[in-house]
Ligand binder design. Structure first.
Ligand SMILES: Cc1ncc(COP(=O)(O)O)c(C=O)c1O
Length: 383
């Protein structure tokens, strides 16, 4: 049987990983500045995470949500402590798209309304409502097309005001990333997020903070949206939550009331996933990874800004992007093939850095050295 060919692949087979490094089947080591697409939060194969999962696997991996699963309550308590959203409620699922799907559905149940405000260059996942709220028509199937999504320009406060004046009483939710990831590392301004908060308050709409990529400590705060100093009504989470073990979830503000049967999932919140997610939070806390991320991010961004070839260096913590000019457009490829460094990209010309939060200073310097050498090689080739 053939695999359904939907991914453009690098011709590399990864067999082993540790911390911020991965090894291919020939034993070549790569520095992982991509974090397997922002998923590796505490470092590959962290011993505490491995131990937690192994121990849980020997007890019970799964039982359905028809019984009490104390690990879910423990995870909720740990999340409250680490995120600071102490009075929120937790619903667990399996992926980022599913988290956003549930967030938007819940907002619609809660308000009894249908319209959702989303933004240009957004990415919220590939399921029905999540993909409809994603600004990329090429991945929206005809069956996902809906008149219920209103796309506005990102960071445009006036457009938000105008939209609410016209449609405010029909709007169930406003959904935004705190830093757009797939869209190319675009940081939401504080005033933009504050305006979303106050308009949602005024019109009774739900503010959904998509934290699937920019959350879980990646920016130095637990949620990137926290930089604006206002709370969202729902935070969606996935990627870094399980350090590679599939798990997602939403944090729900106390004024949104649950009802039996309103949301549900077979696998969400299973024993094994909760053990993995607890291990991640325990390590984030014990190794002070959010503080380390903030400090390392500031250092890395400063160093990148000093490299003249890189344009528009931006981001927060370890969620960083820069534009690659035409003359060195092969930078990502050269970094991977010649310097054995994984990075991410955003079309058409952005390199994204999404490493593990446990990335060490020495590894940042190793990356900077490879980056400068790769630029030199490309400059040399272009003359
Ligand atoms: C901001 C954002 N939301 C949602 C998703 C979808 O997550 P998943 O691929 O786990 O469904 C992604 C994935 O890249 C994302 O970056």
């Amino acid at each position: 049987m053939k695999l359904f060919d939907v991914y453009p692949l690098n011709n590399i087979t990864i067999e082993k990983a540790n911390g911020s490094y991965v090894w291919d089947d020939k034993g070549t080591r790569y520095l992982d500045m991509y974090g397997g697409h922002a998923v590796i939060s505490i470092g590959h194969t962290h011993p505490h995470w491995v131990k937690r999962i192994e121990e849980q696997l020997n007890k019970i991996a799964f039982y359905s949500n028809s019984v009490i699963i104390p690990l879910q309550q423990q995870l909720a308590e740990k999340l409250a402590a680490v995120s600071g959203k102490t009075d929120y409620q937790l619903f667990l699922c399996n992926s980022g798209a599913e988290a956003n799907e549930n967030a938007l559905k819940l907002a619609s149940f809660h308000t009894g309304r249908k319209k959702i405000v989303a933004f240009k260059k957004s990415f919220h996942g590939r399921t029905s409502l999540a993909v409809a709220a994603t600004d990329n028509p090429s991945i929206v199937a005809p069956v996902n097309e809906t008149d219920n999504i209103i796309f506005l320009p990102f960071n445009d406060v006036n457009a938000l005001h105008e939209c609410f004046v016209e449609e405010g009483n029909n709007i169930a939710a406003v959904i935004t990333e705190g830093i757009q990831g797939v869209g190319g590392i675009n940081v939401a301004s504080e005033i933009f997020l504050q305006t979303i908060r106050s308009l949602c308050n005024q019109y009774g709409a739900v503010y959904v903070a998509d934290s699937v990529q920019c959350g879980y400590g990646r920016t130095g705060k637990f949620f990137a949206h926290d930089y604006a100093g206002v709370d969202a009504d729902i935070y969606s989470m996935a990627k870094g939550m399980g350090n590679g073990f599939p798990i997602g979830g939403i944090l729900i503000a106390p004024h949104i009331q649950p009802k039996h049967g309103m949301l549900g999932t077979t696998f969400g919140g299973n024993h094994l996933a909760c053990a993995a997610a607890l291990a991640v939070l325990e390590v984030i806390e014990s190794e002070k990874l959010m503080t380390q991320t903030a400090e390392n991010g500031t250092y890395l961004i400063e160093q990148l800004k000093a490299i003249p070839e890189l344009q528009n260096v931006r981001g927060r913590g370890l969620m960083i992007g820069f534009d690659v000019p035409e003359a060195i457009k092969e930078l990502k490829k050269v970094l991977l093939q010649e310097f054995k460094v994984f990075t991410g990209e955003a079309k058409p010309n952005v390199i994204r850095l999404l490493p593990s939060l446990a990335l060490e200073r020495i590894q940042i310097d190793e990356f900077l050295k490879s980056l400068k050498q790769a630029i030199t090689v490309l400059n040399h080739n272009s003359v």
